[in-house]
Design a protein around this ligand. Structure first.
Ligand SMILES: Nc1ncnc2c1ncn2[C@@H]1O[C@H](COP(=O)(O)OP(=O)(O)OP(=O)(O)O)[C@@H](O)[C@H]1O
Ligand SMILES: [Mg+2]
Length: 257
């Protein structure tokens, strides 16, 4: 590896540094998975295994990946977050583990069974709790940032796209229209503080869309609809404690068959 790369991030071992040429060849061999504000994600192969490479739209945007890489490195796979495999100089792109499965967004669109979806959301909540316990908030929990893998009755969630993740209790300065960024807690969109409650709001929003997608499975005034109503309160202090949310969800995984 070139010395200039090592200089780009002295905390990374040389084995985890990618040259720009290596990054570009991983991209050109890959298939496009998605395109966001910072860059594009491609499925590719690296050292004999499936991997995902994210590459910035432009050099000016490259630094936008720095936070995501740092959070993923700090989490070391905790909460099912993909592990970083390699990083390109100046964060022009990075490579991470491929998380097999389908995004929750795709599964909702394909109308997977409501029982699978609820089990997936429950596992997502447990994994998010691990991330909180490590001191981080995700800040961008929505169906396309969650991958579910099913094996019989078991559904395992992986949380991806940690581009907006920060330490809990920070004020990252997010600003936006709550009508447009419906999945984000309103206080967060007003330059507010990241918190367990702000991520809880986002899961509540996912649960609400599940209830809208499968109206036949949820009776009016059922326990889950009351839970969702509280989770998506605009007042963070009115949202239920995370443990209470987990208990209520666990008790309602089978009610709607
Ligand atoms: N590690 C991964 N394993 C499997 N699929 C992934 C992985 N990372 C990303 N993807 C897929 O690529 C899509 C886009 O990636 P991601 O959500 O990280 O970025 P984005 O939302 O396009 O962009 P931005 O970084 O601007 O938020 C995801 O919705 C998912 O389908
Ligand atoms: Mg995303």
């Amino acid at each position: 590896m070139r010395d200039s790369q090592a200089a780009a991030d002295p905390t990374l071992p040389a084995t985890m540094l990618l040259s720009e040429g290596e990054l570009q060849s991983l991209v050109s061999e890959g298939t496009l998975l998605g395109m966001g504000s910072a860059g594009k994600a491609f499925r590719t192969r690296y050292k004999g295994a499936d991997a995902v490479v994210k590459v910035a739209h432009s050099r000016k945007r490259a630094r936008l990946f720095e936070g995501e890489v740092r959070t993923l490195l700090a989490l070391k796979g905790l909460g099912g977050a993909p592990r970083v495999l390699a990083v390109c100089e100046n964060y022009l792109g990075f490579l991470m583990e491929f998380c097999p499965g389908r995004t929750l967004k795709d599964m909702l669109e394909e109308k997977a069974s409501v029982s699978t979806i609820l089990r997936g959301i429950y596992n997502l909540a447990l994994r998010l709790q691990d991330i909180h316990l490590a001191g981080f908030a995700h800040n961008d929990i929505k169906p396309d940032n969650v991958i579910l893998q099913t094996s019989g009755l078991e559904v395992t969630a992986r949380i991806i796209d940690l581009g907006l993740s920060t330490r809990l209790g920070l004020r990252p300065g997010f600003q936006g229209d709550p009508e447009f960024f419906r999945h984000m807690a309103p206080e967060l969109l007003q330059r507010g503080m990241t918190s367990v409650e702000s991520d809880l709001y986002s899961i509540g929003n996912i649960l609400r869309s599940v209830m809208e997608r499968y109206p036949e499975s949820f009776s009016e005034g059922c326990q889950l609809s009351f839970l969702v109503w509280n989770m998506t309160s605009s007042i963070p202090g009115s949202r239920p404690p995370f443990e209470m949310f987990l208990d209520v969800l666990a008790n309602n995984l089978d009610v709607c068959g």
